[in-house]
Design a protein around this ligand. Structure first.
Ligand code: BGC
Length: 741
């Protein structure tokens, strides 16, 4: 034990020695750098070949790199291309290496499911592993830094970027945020399989008014602290290297120049020692916001408020030197921003070897690793959510004679990658198993597969209906794959109408008339609305966009080689008119008991208030029973803990995994509290008939909230315990008292 402490002590001492050493090296560099060179470190440009935003400037990048006017580039990838640019940086006077950043959102060469889909797995170790693999591939391809994870809480499925986050819940979102940062950054920065993570978009971006991308955000500070900030704090706890601010204004101040967020909270209260990059040109966009007079004013406001690096707007490059010389921006503020960026370059080991991540052999190996595809397949299968299986049509038998696989999603490949996949021009990105190929590989030689497209995703062309109906009639089972195109959810892809697009629902109505058993697969980057299908079709599988291994994973689910275990990380509304709709809302003074209880109640007169599918919902081919709830006590004090345990039994016929969910409700408080809040979950695997005792431990942290003075406190009183299989399917209930100390 003593030896352990000594080793730990030595480790800490050597760490702080290394840190001190780095700071001294930065001091020495800062002393030698001209003001122009310092400002250069704060400047980031995209590679022109594949921009991820509107190009507004066209500088001579190669010349500027050699002059030391650039600190970082985005959208450059590949061991050879990054080396080419790094060689230019090595020709600059100070020889400070460039940082290469890229949106590695859900995989690099092997793509994983959309982040929202991965969140549906509730499988934290696997989510971490998915990020680890993405990092391994990207780092081997010269990338130092991913602009991920997006940890914005999103309660509005009209917002196209819901696909990029972990959904609506702060507790689940914080756990996933932590896991993703750990996955991307690995053991430590500087390992050649690690990339810097970037927590984005700080903050409130997911709460854009009307779900319209880039729109304003107006929210109380209590809502900010309780709902939107915790996932960001989780990334700081995980050691995240960088932050990106957001396009929106928050309560009237653009996040890019928001000193309260960046200086007071992030760098102050949370002691974040990394750097903050703006979003794409968001510094200059403050002119359009009406917050900055011109680009010079925008540069001053952003830097003073704590934004360290300027992505793509050139405002720093054009005006910071002048601003410092005019005394409008202290040079010490510039120095601090430069220090933060240099610190990360040191931690990555780039000063020791600027070409550390540009190794063609390592790239070749990492981008052709079959293990990566295996994990992607498992992750994809675990991300799928079974919404309905009323007649137990699923799982399908492998002995079926004829299967019709119909729909616009069956054969195209690219869609399966989903939005924000790295469209690699330099690196081959063709590895995608189509849904058709997945099924073909799965069934035996004696099963005949028939195909018809039937209809398009959009438009009203019915000419394919007839052929599809004929094909369906010849089959034992019909599988129909429909949904959104991959680029209908993503950045700048907000939709006012989130119903299933085109005439796909009408197409299903026609197929239903054949009387054949039909399995519906819905591919999408967000919760969609498909009420007729939900009410009339017995078998519905929500597949999201699953990445490279989509076809194999879907086939695994259809034939029961993996028993579905996904649970929705976002509420599915019945109608756009209900949005925003989320499970952990406050009660009103006139809550309705159910959808029939409407007189003088907080309801709509033309629509039930309940969701179509609730947060946390998802079925399995087996069933689980929840029994024997026990509390270690019915009272606790804030310095004590209480444990809650129960028995989970696999009461069905298939081995399966259940995500057991613990919700708490603080019955009353000095501010109103949500009707329930997720406070724990476990993913448990059981064989048929197997039982397990599940335990959750309650401590004061789980009972705390922000009061109206923004203090994080708990208050004595009664707490309801709800344990179940979704936020609506509560199987066990009890309560306990939090006693005064
Ligand atoms: C997005 C960011 C992204 C950046 C760079 C912006 O438009 O909002 O999330 O990281 O572009 O591609």
């Amino acid at each position: 034990m003593k030896k352990c402490f000594i080793t730990l002590g030595l480790l800490l001492a050597s760490l702080s020695y290394a840190q001190k050493n780095t700071e001294q090296k930065i001091d020495a560099l800062l002393q030698k750098m001209t003001l122009e060179e310092k400002v250069g470190q704060l400047n980031q440009y995209t590679n022109d070949a594949n921009p991820t935003g509107p190009l507004v400037i066209n500088p001579n990048k190669e010349k500027e790199i050699k002059e030391g006017k650039l600190g970082s580039m985005l959208n450059v990838m590949g061991a050879d291309r990054t080396r080419k640019y790094q060689e230019l940086a090595m020709q600059s006077r100070m020889k400070i290496p460039l940082l290469f950043g890229l949106d590695v959102i859900h995989g690099y060469k092997i793509t994983f499911p959309l982040p929202l889909a991965e969140a549906a797995s509730w499988d934290l170790p696997l989510i971490e592993q998915s990020a680890r693999i993405a990092a391994t591939e990207a780092a081997a391809s010269g990338v130092h830094w991913t602009f991920a994870p997006m940890v914005d809480i999103a309660r509005d499925p009209r917002w196209g970027r819901v696909m990029e986050g972990a959904g609506e819940d702060t507790f689940l979102g914080s756990k996933i945020a932590y896991a993703r940062v750990k996955g991307f950054q690995g053991n430590q920065l500087g390992d050649v399989t690690s990339v810097m993570a970037c927590a984005k978009h700080f903050v409130g971006y997911g709460a854009a008014v009307g779900g319209r991308d880039y729109n304003s955000v107006d929210m109380s500070n209590r809502m900010l602290w309780e709902t939107y900030l915790p996932p960001f704090k989780a990334t700081v706890d995980a050691g995240v290297a960088t932050f990106m601010n957001s396009f929106n204004d928050l309560n009237g101040i653009p996040a890019t120049a928001n000193a309260y967020l960046q200086r007071d909270i992030l760098k102050g209260k949370w002691k974040f020692d990394g750097f903050i990059v703006s979003d794409w040109s968001s510094i200059n966009e403050m002119i359009a916001h009406g917050y900055a007079k011109d680009s010079k004013d925008a540069a001053a406001k952003a830097l003073l408020a704590g934004n360290d690096m300027d992505m793509e707007s050139s405002a720093y490059r054009n005006y910071l030197v002048e601003l410092v010389r005019e005394g409008k921006v202290p040079e010490t503020v510039v120095d601090d921003a430069v220090r933060r960026i240099l610190r990360k370059k040191f931690e990555l080991g780039l000063f020791d070897n600027p070409y550390k991540y540009c190794d063609l052999k390592r790239q070749e190996k990492a981008l052709n690793n079959l293990e990566h595809a295996k994990v992607a397949r498992e992750m994809a299968a675990k991300s799928i959510v079974l919404l309905k299986n009323e007649q137990n049509i699923l799982p399908l038998s492998k002995d079926l004679k004829t299967i019709a696989f119909i729909g616009p999603m069956v054969k195209p490949k690219r869609n399966n990658h989903g939005f924000w996949a790295v469209d690699l021009k330099e690196v081959d990105s063709s590895y995608i198993v189509s849904q058709w190929e997945g099924l073909e590989r799965k069934v035996g030689k004696n099963t005949k597969l028939l195909y018809a497209k039937g209809c398009d995703i959009e438009g009203n062309n019915r000419s394919g209906f007839e052929e599809a109906i004929a094909v369906a009639k010849q089959s034992d089972v019909v599988i129909v794959s429909i949904g959104e195109r991959h680029d209908m959810s993503g950045e700048a892809k907000s939709r006012s109408n989130i119903h299933l697009p085109g005439i796909q629902e009408e197409f299903i109505q026609e197929l239903q008339k054949t009387g054949k058993p039909i399995v519906i697969l819905i591919n999408a980057g967000r919760p969609l609305i498909f009420n007729w299908i939900a009410d009339n079709m017995p078998t519905i599988v929500y597949t999201w966009w699953l990445g490279s291994e989509a076809g194999n994973a879907i086939a695994d689910i259809l034939f029961g080689d993996y028993n579905p275990s996904g649970k929705l990380p976002m509420t599915f509304p019945r109608d756009e008119g209900q949005i925003p709709l989320y499970y952990n809302h406050f009660s009103t003074g006139r809550p309705s008991k159910d959808d029939n209880d409407v007189v003088y109640k907080s309801t709509y007169i033309d629509l039930p208030s309940s969701p179509k599918f609730a947060f946390g919902y998802g079925l399995s081919y087996t069933t689980f029973s929840y029994t024997d709830l026990k509390l270690s006590s019915d009272k606790m004090k804030s310095n004590e803990q209480l444990s809650i345990s129960f028995t989970l039994t696999n009461s069905g016929k298939y081995m399966g995994e259940e995500v057991v969910q613990l919700y708490l409700k603080d019955r009353f408080g000095s501010v109103v509290r949500p009707v329930k809040e997720l406070k724990g979950f476990q993913k448990v695997k059981l064989n048929p008939g197997e039982q397990k005792t599940i335990t959750f431990t309650i401590d004061n942290e789980l009972l705390s909230f922000y009061n109206d003075q923004l203090q994080w406190i708990s208050e004595p009183g009664t707490f309801d315990i709800m344990i179940g299989s979704s936020s609506q399917d509560i199987r066990l209930q009890s309560s306990f008292e939090l006693m005064p100390n």
